[in-house]
Design a protein around this ligand. Structure first.
Ligand code: AHM
Ligand code: MG
Length: 342
């Protein structure tokens, strides 16, 4: 019955066959990432049964309280990916500094950035969370990688993906040739291709934003949302629906499935405290931007394409507006029309 099912490993190997000069290095790296996601999925599923819920009693570089599972998932990613010789270094939301591959292992030509457990405020309440990752090439020899090696714009990403730990565990992946989704078959421990060639539906009437920040929003964002809320009677001549899961992976997955727009925009409160946004460029906005663009959508700060931002800092934050192209372009247009008056 399942004879023609494609596992993620088969899929990656077959994709690699089309790339001239590919050595198998990249395939093997992706496999190690997939393994890490399976281990994290298993822990998330077992939750309180294996004692992984609750706070770790520490803070990360962003000054956010770390959950036990944030710390454990970070460790799983490091251990899964440090030994095989494909990477020069890793960087993550949960570590202040980069993690050069220890001298006891060979170093390779790629760099890996990740958010091991995004949306972790949702863990203790049993709502979907996810892992986000991005692969870059390491400039130079890669023997002594520094944080500067990571500071490449999103357009340079070789691959990006996320694992969503929801009612089922899914892996969504792009290597720059479209977006494909795989569902974890818990019985055999394999991700199976279930969502080939995912595309962001263009026709959409759904938006996602944390409305508790409304009083701080820029005028263009306020205008966009107000027009949605006016529904059939307003300029959009259509009723809109709203969602906010506070888990970016789940929001992006919904957008890949049925369209919509997701916004964590710049606001006056962040400006006043010197923050450049909420979400992180290197391991949240860039990989999600890559996936969304590969699926036919768009990702912007409001005034700039996310993947073209030249990063200044490993943990840099950026405003994020992504999803169905027409909607994202509309917000950009509102920013343009506002000029400096935001
Ligand atoms: P995290 O990386 O600390 O989990 O934060 C990122 C998450 C996103 O998944 C989500 O979109 C956002 O933070 C939710 O923020 P808020 O709690 O302000 O609604
Ligand atoms: Mg995160």
């Amino acid at each position: 019955m399942h004879d023609n099912r494609t596992t993620v490993t088969q899929f990656i190997i077959e994709e690699q066959r089309h790339i001239q000069g590919a050595t198998g290095d990249f395939t093997s790296l992706l496999n190690d990432i997939v393994t890490a996601c399976k281990v994290i999925s298993n822990l998330v599923n077992h939750g309180a049964l294996v004692g992984v819920l609750g706070s770790a009693g520490s803070e990360n570089v962003q000054g956010e309280t770390q959950k036990k599972l944030d710390v454990i998932s970070n460790e799983i990613f490091l251990k899964s990916n440090e030994w095989a010789g494909h990477l020069a270094a890793m960087a993550s939301e949960e570590m202040d500094e980069i993690y050069p591959i220890p001298n006891s292992y060979p170093r390779g030509k790629y760099l890996l950035t990740f958010d091991p457990l995004d949306g972790s405020s949702n863990i203790d309440v049993n709502v979907s969370v996810g892992t986000i990752f991005s692969i870059l090439r390491c400039p130079g020899s890669g023997t002594h990688p520094t944080a500067d090696a990571f500071l490449q714009p999103g357009v340079k990403q070789v691959a990006a993906g996320y694992a969503l730990y929801g009612p089922s565990t899914m892996l969504v992946l792009t290597t720059g040739h479209g977006v494909n989704g795989f569902t974890l078959d818990q019985n055999i421990g394999e991700f199976i291709l279930t969502h080939p060639n995912m595309t962001v539906p263009e026709e959409t009437r759904e938006f996602a934003i944390n409305a508790s920040n409304m009083r701080f929003w820029d005028k263009p964002v306020r205008r966009y949302v107000e027009e949605c809320l006016e529904g059939k009677e307003g300029p959009r001549e259509s009723d809109f629906n709203m969602r906010w899961i506070a888990s970016m992976v789940a929001e992006v997955h919904r957008i890949l499935t049925r369209g919509g727009i997701f916004m964590y925009p710049m606001d006056s409160k962040m400006r006043a405290s010197g923050k450049e946004g909420k979400l992180r460029l290197m391991y949240e906005a860039n990989p999600m931007g890559f996936i969304i663009e590969q699926a036919g959508g768009a990702a912007t700060t409001g005034t700039q394409r996310i993947m073209e931002i030249a990063p200044k800092d490993l943990h840099q934050r950026v405003p994020v507006i992504l999803g169905s192209k027409q909607e994202v372009v509309r917000v950009e247009q509102y920013y343009q029309e506002a000029g400096g008056d935001i």
